[in-house]
Design a protein around this ligand. Structure first.
Ligand SMILES: Nc1ncnc2c1ncn2[C@@H]1O[C@H](COP(=O)(O)OP(=O)(O)OP(=O)(O)O)[C@@H](O)[C@H]1O
Length: 612
C-alpha cells in the first residue's frame, strides 16, 4: 500500500482562521482575496487620491487668484493661474476615469474569485452540510452578499482611504490657514465620530437580520419553483403566497429599519458640517471686519472647508456600506469556515490497481448528525468481488442510508466500510468515487445535455462506452430526442419522465464499468416491460461487478446472488435480520415473505413453487 500526500481541504486562498472580534473583523479575513489585485487596488486608490488632491488645489489657487491678480488688477497674471485651474479640472476627470478603469479589473476580479471559492467549497462540503442548510441561504450568500463585497472593495474601501487622507490633508491645510477655526473643526468631529460608531453597530445588526431574511425568502421561492407541480396539483398557491408574503413583509420591515438608521446617520453627518460651516463663517467674518484676517484667506478657508462637506456627508453612507459588507463577509465565511469533514485523509492509501471490488461493512453504526437516534447499528456484511447483494427491509429502516456510506456521502459513526480491504476513509475520494458508482431512487439530472449528464463520472468516455451504457439501461430513447445526446434536459431533468430520468441515471452509473455498483431501487419508475429489459441487461453488467442493490420488489431481488433482510426501524437502529438466497429466505423467513408480498403477487406463486 502506497501513501499519497494529503490534498488541501480547500483550494481557496487561505483565510486566516482567528476571527478577531471588533469592527470589520470578517472583512479583514478576506484580505487574501485582495492580494492578487493589490497593484490595481493601489493604483485605484492613488487615482482617487490624486483626483481629491487636485480638487483641493483648486480653492488654494482661487485664494491666490483673489489675493493676487484680482486684488491688484493684474490681468497678465490672471491667465496662467486660470489656465492652471483648467488643467487641474482635466486632470481630475482623467484620474476619475482611471479609477473606474482599475475598479473593473480589481473589484470584479475579487468578486469572481470569492464566488468561485465559495462554490468550489460548497461542492466539497458533505451531504450532511446540505441537509442542514437551506438552499436559499446559500443562493443569497453567493449572489447578494458577494455583490455587497464587490461594492465594498471597489468603492467604499477606496473612499474610506481617500476620505481619511482628505481629512488629514485638508484638516492640516485649514489649521495652517487659521489655527483657531481649524481646531474648532477638529474638535467638532469628535462627537460625530462617537455617534457614528454607535449607529454603525446598530446598522451592522440590522444588515445581518435583513440578509438572513433575504435568504429565507430565496429558500421559499426556490422550494416553490422546484415543487411547482405539487403546489398546483394541490391548489396550494394561496397558502404559499401567504407564507411568501409574510416573509417578504418581514424583509421589508427589516430593510426599513436599516433605512431609518441610515437616514438618521446621513442627516447627522449632513447637518454637523453645515453647523460648523456657519460657525466658521461667523468667526471668519468677524476676523475680516477687525482686519485680523484677509478676505482671500477667509474665502480659501471656506472653499477648502467646502471640499470636506461631501467627504463628511458620504462617510455616513460609506460606514453603512462597510457594515453591510462586514456582515456579508461574516455570512460568506460561515460557509467557507465549515470544514469538509468528508475529505481525503492526511495520508491516503492507494488501492491495488487491479482491485477486485470486495465490499465489507464491519460492525457499522450510523446516526445522522441532526439526530440522536441511530439508524444503523452493528451492521456486518461482506460482499465478495463480483457478487450482488440485495438489501430488503421495511420502509425507513435505513437501506438508502447504508448505500450512502459506500461512496462516503456520509461517514459511518462507528465501525468501518472497506473497499478491497481499505477503509473508505483512507482512500482518496476521487479514487473511491471512480471505483463506486451509484444510481439513486430519485435520480438527479442537471440542466445540461444528455451526454454531459451521462458522462459526469467518466468525462472521457468513448462513444462505444456511452452506447453500451445506454443499451444496458434501456435508455435508447435518448437517441430519439430532438438533438439526440446533445439535447438539453430541463432543470433537474424535469423535461424527461421519471422512468426516463431513472434510465439516464442508471446508464450514468454503469458507464465506465465501476468495480462496485450501488443501486438504490433504480427500477422503481419503470413499466413492467422496460423493467424486464433493464433487468436482463443489468444481469450481465452485475456479473462483472460487485453490486449492492436496494430492492423493494421480487423482480429486483432476482438480480442478487444473496439477500440481506434488515430489521424494522427502531430506537436502537437497524441491523441484519436474516441473510440467504431469495429462495432460502422465501422458504424460511416469514418477515421476508411479508415484505415482498406487499409489492407483488409473484411471491405467492414463487413460494408455491419453492415449497413444491
Ligand atoms: N438526512 C437525514 N437526516 C436525518 N434523518 C434522516 C435523513 N435521511 C433519512 N433519515 C432517516 O433515516 C431513516 C432511514 O432512512 P432511509 O432513507 O435510509 O430508509 P430506507 O430504508 O431507504 O427507506 P425507503 O424504503 O422508504 O426508501 C429514516 O427514519 C429517515 O427518516
Amino acid at each position: 500500500m502506497e501513501s499519497t500526500p494529503a490534498q488541501p481541504l480547500t483550494s481557496r486562498p487561505k483565510v486566516p482562521d482567528d476571527p478577531k472580534s471588533g469592527a470589520f473583523a470578517s472583512l479583514r479575513r478576506l484580505t487574501p482575496f485582495i492580494r492578487p489585485y493589490r497593484v490595481q487596488m493601489i493604483l485605484m486608490t492613488l487615482s482617487a487620491l490624486g483626483a481629491t488632491l487636485v480638487g483641493v488645489a483648486v480653492p488654494l489657487l482661487t485664494k491666490d487668484l483673489i489675493d493676487g491678480p484680482i486684488a491688484h488688477h493684474d490681468k497678465a497674471a490672471l491667465w496662467p493661474l486660470g489656465g492652471l485651474v483648467l488643467l487641474f479640472g482635466v486632470a481630475e476627470a482623467t484620474l476619475f476615469w482611471l479609477r473606474r478603469w482599475f475598479l473593473q479589473r480589481a473589484a470584479l476580479g475579487i468578486e469572481a474569485d470569492i464566488r468561485n471559492a465559495f462554490y468550489r467549497h460548497l461542492q466539497k462540503l458533505p451531504v450532511a452540510f446540505h441537509d442542514s442548510w437551506q438552499s436559499g441561504q446559500l443562493v443569497s450568500r453567493v449572489s447578494g452578499d458577494i455583490n455587497s463585497l464587490r461594492r465594498f472593495f471597489g468603492f467604499a474601501l477606496i473612499f474610506l482611504v481617500v476620505n481619511g487622507a482628505t481629512f488629514l490633508l485638508v484638516g492640516g491645510a485649514l489649521v495652517f490657514i487659521h489655527a483657531v477655526m481649524g481646531l474648532i473643526i477638529y474638535a467638532a468631529a469628535v462627537p460625530l465620530i462617537l455617534y457614528g460608531r454607535l449607529a454603525d453597530r446598530r446598522y451592522h445588526r440590522q444588515s445581518r437580520a435583513a440578509q438572513d431574511q433575504a435568504g429565507d425568502v430565496a429558500t421559499l421561492v426556490e422550494e416553490s419553483a422546484l415543487g411547482i407541480r405539487a403546489v398546483k396539483a394541490f391548489g396550494r398557491q394561496d397558502l404559499l403566497f401567504a407564507r411568501f408574503d409574510e416573509r417578504a413583509q418581514t424583509l421589508r420591515r427589516l430593510e426599513l429599519t436599516k433605512i431609518r438608521t441610515l437616514s438618521e446617520l446621513w442627516a447627522v453627518f449632513a447637518a454637523q458640517p453645515q453647523l460648523v460651516l456657519s460657525l466658521c463663517v461667523l468667526i471668519g467674518a468677524y476676523a475680516v471686519s477687525t482686519g485680523a484676517l484677509s478676505l482671500g484667506t477667509l474665502v480659501a478657508f471656506i472653499s477648502l472647508y467646502l471640499t470636506l462637506l461631501w467627504p463628511i456627508e458620504s462617510m455616513a453612507w460609506l460606514m453603512a456600506q462597510s457594515q453591510e459588507a462586514n456582515s456579508a463577509a461574516e455570512r460568506v465565511l460561515e460557509v467557507l469556515d465549515t470544514v469538509p469533514n468528508i475529505a481525503d485523509a492526511a495520508a491516503t492509501v492507494r488501492p491495488r490497481p487491479a482491485s477486485a471490488g470486495e465490499l465489507v461493512f464491519e460492525d457499522v453504526s450510523f446516526t445522522y448528525p441532526n439526530s440522536d437516534r441511530p439508524v444503523i447499528s452493528g451492521f456486518d456484511l461482506r460482499v465478495a468481488p463480483g457478487e450482488t447483494v440485495a438489501l430488503v427491509g421495511p420502509t425507513g429502516c435505513g437501506k438508502t442510508t447504508l448505500t450512502a456510506l459506500v461512496p462516503r456521502l456520509y461517514d459511518a459513526t462507528a465501525g468501518r466500510v472497506l473497499v478491497d480491504g481499505v477503509d473508505v476513509r483512507d482512500l482518496p475520494l476521487a479514487e473511491l468515487r471512480r471505483k463506486v458508482a451509484c444510481a439513486f431512487e430519485d435520480p438527479t439530472l442537471f440542466s445540461a445535455s444528455v451526454r454531459e449528464n451521462l458522462t459526469m463520472g467518466v468525462p472521457d468516455a468513448s462513444e462505444e462506452q456511452i452506447e453500451e451504457a445506454i443499451e444496458v439501461a434501456q435508455a435508447g430513447f435518448v437517441n430519439e430526442l430532438p438533438w439526440a445526446l446533445d439535447t438539453r434536459v430541463g432543470e433537474q431533468g424535469l423535461t424527461l419522465s421519471g422512468g426516463q430520468r431513472q434510465r439516464v441515471a442508471l446508464a450514468r452509473a454503469v458507464l465506465g464499468r465501476p468495480s462496485i455498483l450501488v443501486l438504490d431501487d433504480p427500477l422503481s419508475a419503470l413499466d413492467i416491460h422496460t423493467e424486464g429489459k433493464v433487468e436482463e441487461a443489468l444481469h450481465s453488467v452485475l456479473r462483472g461487478t460487485t453490486g449492492l442493490v436496494v430492492a423493494h420488489r421480487p423482480s429486483t431481488v432476482l438480480l442478487a446472488d444473496r439477500v440481506v433482510l434488515l430489521t424494522p426501524p427502531g430506537p436502537r437502529g437497524t441491523t441484519i435480520a436474516a441473510v440467504g438466497t431469495h429462495q432460502e429466505l422465501l422458504r424460511t423467513c416469514p418477515a421476508y415473505r411479508d415484505i415482498l408480498s406487499q409489492t407483488s403477487d409473484l411471491v405467492e406463486e414463487e413460494l408455491a413453487e419453492v415449497s413444491r
